[in-house]
Design a protein. Structure first.
Length: 230
């Protein structure tokens, strides 16, 4: 495992649970709006934090922390991810996985072996515009397969999309809503510029525009939540 960071406490990243966050390094996407772009590249050197440090911290926090969020980067490109998660589960913690959905085989394995308790998968856009959002070519069939796996409802899950004026139209959002269906939790996250994003010419939506999007969706897609709106 190549681990670049550890957030020792979060009350927000794992719904309903007190958790820590483990950040893996390396990603097979290069999204220009990524808030963790420093984690994209990976020279295969060892990460900044040894696995043993993570397990030692978790041992000390038994009975206090309930879960571990594993994010990145893209955790499912890590060669030892299954073993790493199993060790965490064996310690008695819940595991939430953040993924871009590009490795459906490993996602299915983790779910079938009950090694994850919650999965948050990013859906970047409608499939015809996916490469625009992720900054490179990808195998869309892998994304489709991961969506289908989660919709089998063998694990608690959510889908989420970072919406950007230059990339995501309201028509695009509606198409994604129809694709995932009315029963899947779907969160829209408004893009915010920061020092870590790759493209600073992108824009999020205004508050009034977000309200308009919410009004457009709420009748047909009541499962959609815009996280930046109360």
């Amino acid at each position: 495992m190549i681990i670049e960071g550890l957030q020792k406490l979060t009350l927000l990243d794992y719904p309903g649970h007190m958790a820590c966050v483990v950040y893996t390094k390396g990603c097979n996407f290069a999204c220009p709006f990524c808030q963790n772009s420093s984690l994209i590249t990976c020279d295969k050197a060892k990460g900044r934090i040894p696995e043993t440090d993570i397990f030692e911290y978790l041992e000390k926090r038994k009975g206090i922390l309930e879960g571990v969020v594993i994010t990145g980067g893209e955790p499912l490109i890590q060669r030892d991810i299954k073993k790493f998660i199993k060790n965490i589960k064996d310690m008695g913690f819940l595991v939430k996985l953040d993924t871009n959905g590009s490795n459906p085989e490993m996602l299915k394995t983790l779910i079938d072996e009950k090694l994850v308790d919650y999965v948050a998968m990013d859906i970047k856009n409608v499939f015809s515009k996916y490469d625009l959002n992720i900054g490179k070519k990808t195998r869309i069939e892998n994304i489709e397969r991961s969506i289908a796996i989660l919709k089998e409802e063998k694990v608690d899950y959510e889908f989420r999309t970072t919406i950007i004026k230059e990339f995501n139209t309201i028509e695009d959002i509606c198409k994604v809503c129809k694709m995932i269906g009315p029963h899947s939790k779907y969160f829209l996250q408004n893009f915010e510029d920061s020092s870590d994003v790759l493209n600073h010419s992108l824009h999020g939506f205004t508050h009034d525009e977000l309200v308009g999007i919410k009004e457009r969706l709420k009748g047909e897609f009541p499962n959609v939540v815009i996280r930046t709106l109360s």
